[in-house]
Design a protein around this ligand. Structure first.
Ligand SMILES: [Zn+2]
Length: 87
């Protein structure tokens, strides 16, 4: 599964991709898919179908816990995210 549209983040220059959410909003995400636990955690993940979920990264204690594959919102990891928030 690949994301067709990529761009460079205006803040940090990292490669990002876009997924249109079910609400019609275009979200910038990191282009590599990741496993996450949809447990209402601190991060925002976007599924390939446009569903947005709150979740967290799995750790060693999560063996056997069901995970999902999604794309993490680039704003969660961008080192320049404060620049976006100030606008
Ligand atoms: Zn960035």
């Amino acid at each position: 599964m690949s994301l067709n549209r990529t761009a460079k983040c205006r803040g940090c220059g990292a490669e990002i991709a876009f997924i249109k959410t079910v609400k019609g909003k275009t979200m910038p995400v990191n282009p590599e898919s990741v496993y996450f636990i949809p447990a209402g955690g601190p991060n925002t993940y976007v599924m390939i179908d446009g569903t947005v979920q709150r979740g967290r990264e799995p750790d060693w204690a999560d063996q056997g816990t069901p995970t999902q594959i999604g794309y993490i919102s680039h704003f969660a990891t961008c080192p320049e995210r404060d620049r976006f928030r100030k606008r």
